[in-house]
Ligand binder design. Structure first.
Ligand code: GDP
Ligand code: IMO
Ligand code: MG
Length: 428
């Protein structure tokens, strides 16, 4: 049984909660892209766990894999492991496996991330400044330092030197000081702590696939942040869509694959870029307050707006999504009316998809359908029949516009605040 979890919007859809919920049955949980730009919050009773790099299955002591498609900041990983151990989460070489060929984020990548943003003037991407983009650039440029390079310290030093020299002229222009020897000695100091997790992830995952184990692939970010299909250039530097699971882990088995698209009942985004249904009014503020829409990684206030069915429908196609999980329904509880975007208009032409032209994306006006709210609490509900009629109608309307069934509805941050409409969990 293979499940993939992907975000269908601009990230922060509640993927962590759903991975945690599904991972109760999983044998393996694998990350296949992104890095510690991700922030997945999981609430279990009174405990709140914040995960950036580690797959969310670690909370349930599942075997967790970090695939080669991830970019890994070793210092961030050590901090995350240490924080989770303080929360009594067990992490050792029996439950964490990191691909030998994963590329590392080094201090220089964070500097380049800063410089790249600085050189854009007012037109910022609004990155998390974790060095994600520059680390992927070095991977594609065939200069990156990989986890397996820690096995050969002599060559490692040379590789780091070459990498730093490559970037030096530009960093000098911005008066950023780099020191390859320091990076080398700092990396050597922690190399054993990281190398113990180094594994042939592609092999572990294919062996598990052959034995028909339950494998859960945990996506980070969302489809609108995908380097190819997102709102380029205001995107992250990886493919966030489900196709990436194969090249990001080495997994080669494609049958029996369920792809769950995690979708917020409204829309949010962190960082810059077009956002047709954004609300800069009291309703937008209400989403921020009630939905606690502040970034896990950067603590930035998330931009909020109405549900955009055009974007979600597009994400469903690109990811091959089999089921939608609708999260944060409870955040809409107090509203008298709820709008849903069903198309765009640029003044000349109507669109039923998001065109790629950057300028056009900024000038699309949403065409809305307005539905009545339910103005009663859905918080924590666990059964479809207990939902107010108008909440059921809202969900049915979304299903119609996105042309996909909504199988799971999340009504609160806790594991148990979940409506499993088709018994997806109990049947899997
Ligand atoms: P991710 O990046 O997709 O894993 O999402 P985040 O963890 O960054 O953001 C989702 C936030 O919403 C987290 O704080 C969750 O605890 C919370 N959350 C998830 N599902 C629900 C829900 O149904 N209702 C409410 N109120 N909060 C939720
Ligand atoms: P999760 O997994 C929301 C955004 C950043 C910025 C853009 C590029 O929690 O859903 P980067 O540092 O990746 O180069 O920044 O992508 N971004 C996210 N937004 N949720 C995330 O992850 C994100 N990861 C990156 O805000 O706009
Ligand atoms: Mg997040």
């Amino acid at each position: 049984m293979f499940y993939t979890i992907v975000g269908t919007q601009w990230g922060d859809e509640g993927k962590g909660k759903i991975v945690d919920w599904l991972s109760s049955k999983a044998d393996l949980v694998a990350r296949f892209q992104g890095g510690n730009n991700a922030g997945h919050t999981i609430k279990v009773d009174k405990n709140v766990y914040k995960l950036n790099l580690l797959p969310s299955g670690i909370i349930r002591n599942k075997k967790c894999l970090i695939g080669n498609g991830v970019v890994l900041d070793p210092w961030a990983l050590i901090r995350e492991i240490s924080n989770l151990r303080e929360q009594k989460i067990l992490i050792d070489k029996n439950n964490l496996f990191i691909a030998e060929n994963v590329c590392l984020i080094l201090p220089i990548h964070k500097l380049i991330d800063e410089v790249n943003e600085e050189s854009r003037g007012d037109d910022l991407i609004g990155t998390t400044k974790k060095g994600i983009g520059p680390a992927y650039e070095d991977k594609i440029g065939r200069r990156a330092i990989r986890l397996c390079d820690l096995n050969d310290l002599k060559n490692l030093k040379l590789k780091i030197k070459n990498l730093y020299n490559f970037h030096k002229p530009r960093l000098d222009q911005f008066k950023k000081i780099t020191d390859y020897e320091k990076t080398f000695t700092d990396l050597v100091k922690i190399s054993e702590q990281i190398s113990i997790f180094s594994s042939p992830v592609w092999k572990i995952i294919n062996d598990a696939g052959k034995q028909n184990k339950f494998i859960l692939f945990e996506g980070a970010q969302g489809s609108l942040l995908d380097i190819d299909f997102g709102t380029y250039p205001y995107v992250t530097s990886s493919n966030t869509s489900s196709g990436q699971i194969f090249s990001g882990t080495g997994f080669g088995i494609k049958e029996n694959h369920n792809i769950l698209g995690i979708t917020k009942a409204y829309t949010t985004r962190v960082g810059s870029g077009p956002f047709a249904t954004e609300l800069n009014d009291e309703i937008g503020n209400h989403f921020v307050d009630k939905g606690q829409e502040f970034g896990t990684v950067t603590k930035r206030r998330r931009r909020c707006g109405w549900f955009d069915s055009v974007l979600v429908k597009q994400s469903i196609a690109i990811n091959g999504i089999t089921n939608i999980v609708l999260t944060k329904l409870d955040v809409l509880d107090d509203l008298k009316e709820i709008k849903v975007c069903i198309g765009y208009d640029d003044g000349n032409k109507k669109y039923n998809y998001l065109p790629f032209d950057e300028k056009l994306q900024k000038n699309l006006f949403p065409i809305y359908e307005t539905l009545p709210g339910w103005q009663s609490s859905t918080y924590g509900l666990t059964s479809w029949n207990d939902l107010p009629k108008n909440a059921q109608n809202y969900i049915s309307f979304l299903e119609k516009t996105i042309e996909k069934g909504i199988s799971i509805i999340s009504t609160g941050p806790d594991r148990i605040h979940t409506i499993d409409r088709n018994n997806l969990l109990s049947n899997s």
